[in-house]
Design a protein around this ligand. Sequence first.
Ligand SMILES: [Zn+2]
Length: 323
Amino acid sequence: MGAFAMQDERRIAKALFGFWKKGKSNRMANRLNRKRLHNTGGKEMEQIKIGDMTLYWLNGGVTHLDGGCMFGVVPKPLWTKKYPYNEKNQIELRTDPIFFQWNGKNILIESGIGNGKLSEKQKRNYGVTEESQIDASLQEFGLTRNDIDIVLMTHLHFDHACGLTVPKGDGFVSAFPNAVIYTSEIEWEEMRHPNIRSKSTYWKENWEAVQDQVEIFTEEITIEGAIRMIHTGGHSDGHAIVTAESGGEKWVHMADLLPTHAHRNPLWVMAYDDYPMTSIYQKQKWIDKAIQEDAWFIFYHDAIYRALKWDGEGNIVEKVKRA
Ligand SMILES: [Zn+2]
């Protein structure tokens, strides 16, 4: 690419994003000049362009959880046809945050498994063989954690929220000190006052250091004009989904109502779900709606697909596979 073309791109980027904070438009222009993005594993960073939004998957680490727990009452001979498992009956579940830029804002969905947050025993129990490499992933865009403006948290279970804080001294500090962190009011309440069952997944290490950054909503909130967070309950009482529309195209992140592509059947809900009938009802509603609207489904946990579209018969008609 010649110098003139590069200048053109910078000019276009500046015109489009002129309202960006100083420095961000330069970074945007730099990003436009990149042909390929590589994460720390040397693999190409997966991405999908939906309307004018481009979503990327950062390296947030991985867990391996019991397949039986992940598929609830579904018999093993059925779920093993749909998703691979290892000799310990565990299935691979990525914890990769979704990153995108919109309205001049750097936005994350979920925060990853974190780094330096888990004991050796916890790592063994949750099958964490790789921790988050968010710093390295953001570096691909010329960004740091300080540049993140918004974090959308569908819920605050440890496998989504560990990345919100980083260890410092004897305590923890915010991983994204300049971000507004959105979550539902019910989720935020339960995070701080977990019950006898949920205290195993809502940890004060993950919320105390970020409590001043949290913005709550009750039923629904629209963020930056195009992104909706909608409370569903089900998996947890305060669970929410994220959906957006741009250029006539739609995507939906159903989070742990649809942790992997193998959970498409509304009845296939996790043993981890606190309110399984609510999960089933919400899955029916939102999966049907998304298929009718030809929307992309976006995944945080799926080890096979980053995103896909289904037809009415449940066939995968478009997909972005994990590299
Ligand atoms: Zn999860």
